[in-house]
Design a protein around this ligand. Structure first.
Ligand code: PLP
Length: 382
């Protein structure tokens, strides 16, 4: 019998996508499930962004375009980086990608040879390990639950270490990594000679304190691949639009992977992105304030549930409370008995076990209803 490649056979399915499918099936069966499990904000894309895409389509922007992305969008992204991170990018070093996920894959494709090791955060986003594996590399988990510890990283470095993935603000913990921890990672990367992938897809949604970008550190600009996305910032998850901001001299090689895989992004999607960036000051503070208000209310209510401890998250739209019960049991119990979907923290690896990830990406009314059901149900009895 014909066998498929280990490259796909060996991959774990995405736990978050599986949960989304489970919720969809339960709803199709007539249950009124409230989803606190997804990373997809319940925000319609601003109509002006939709209009920009429609206009571009009507104007005939429906052909192949430049593999690295439209010059106008790359220029706007470079300007955005200069403004938000302070890092000066030549638009030639920006590559537009179908979402942050493909930016991550392109970065790893460019950095990792078979047998190389990549340090990945745990608990961390479920796609890091699989993307490393698809490139023939080996993910090496580093605990970053409440601290990015340079000693822990140094202990994991081997001659095969090619890169480290740093995600701030972090999914699932919603933690913003402070400047001194980023500086320690930068120093290690320089000392041992490996790349840094900095995933900042939640960087526009910071609620508490300051957000620090890895690329603001001039000493590592020659080794940082920045991954970013329009998905979370503008409620544009389905548009599949993200980018890489690259160290000087690397774009020419990275873009070959784009040429030979997707070729290019649709021009009308990029026109939407350009419009989104022009509306940044209007849209983003509003979204951020809305998530922050939801998080403040929800975190306080979860913290009051016996056996749960929930601090106000630093960023994004995730809460990551500790629970005094096995997290997979809690998630199963809530889905089965109160129709509330939450992600078990163990899906994100490492010390994520014993936590739940709950997102405030549903409507205010649904969120309140879910919190009421959780308060009434509490944790399952051991
Ligand atoms: N990075 C992190 C940490 C994420 O949580 C996500 C989405 O959930 C992404 C990257 C990629 O998102 P997208 O491909 O929609 O840009």
């Amino acid at each position: 019998t014909l066998k498929l490649a280990d490259r796909v056979l060996g991959l774990k399915p995405s736990a978050t996508v599986e949960m989304t499918e489970k919720v969809r099936a339960a709803r199709a069966a007539g249950r009124r499930v409230i989803g606190l499990s997804s990373g997809d904000p319940n925000l319609p894309t601003d109509p002006r962004i939709v209009e920009a895409a429609t206009r571009a389509m009507r104007d005939g922007d429906t052909h192949y375009g430049p593999p690295a992305g439209s010059p106008a969008l790359r220029e706007a992204i470079a300007a955005r980086e200069a403004r938000l991170s302070g890092a000066a990018y030549d638009p030639a070093d920006i590559i537009v990608t179908p979402g942050g996920k493909f930016a991550l894959l392109a970065a790893l494709m460019a950095q990792v040879d078979p047998g190389d090791e990549v340090l990945v955060p745990v608990p961390g986003w479920v796609s890091y390990g699989p993307c490393v594996k698809m490139c023939g590399g080996t993910p090496v988990a580093i605990d970053m639950l409440d601290r990015v510890d340079p000693e822990r990283i140094a202990a994991a470095v081997t001659p095969r270490t090619r890169a480290i993935i740093i995600n701030s603000p972090c999914n699932p913990t919603a933690r913003v990594i402070p400047a001194d921890e980023l500086a320690a990672v930068a120093a290690l990367a320089q000392r041992h000679g490996f790349w840094i992938i900095f995933d900042q897809v939640y960087g526009d949604l910071v609620h508490c304190g300051a957000f620090h970008h890895m690329q603001s550190n001039e000493t590592v600009r020659d080794r940082v691949f920045v991954v970013d996305s329009f998905s979370k910032t503008f409620g544009m998850t389905g548009w599949r639009l993200g980018y890489l901001a690259l160290p000087p001299g690397t774009a020419k090689s990275v873009v070959k992977f784009i040429q030979h895989s997707i070729y290019c992004l649709p021009g009308f999607v990029q026109a939407a992105g350009l419009e989104a960036l022009s509306l940044y000051d209007e849209i983003v503070p509003r979204y951020r304030a809305m998530f922050r208000a939801r998080l403040e209310r929800a975190a306080a209510r979860l913290d009051a549930v016996p056996g749960m401890a929930c601090a106000m998250p630093d960023a994004a739209f995730y809460m990551f409370p500790r629970v005094d019960a096995p997290d997979t049991e809690v998630a199963r119990h809530w889905l089965d008995t109160i129709d509330v979907a939450a992600m078990p923290g163990s899906s994100f690896g490492g010390m994520g076990a014993g936590h739940l990830r709950l997102s405030v990406t549903c409507s205010d009314a649904d969120l309140d209803e879910a919190l009421t059901r959780i308060a009434r149900s509490g944790l399952p009895k051991a």
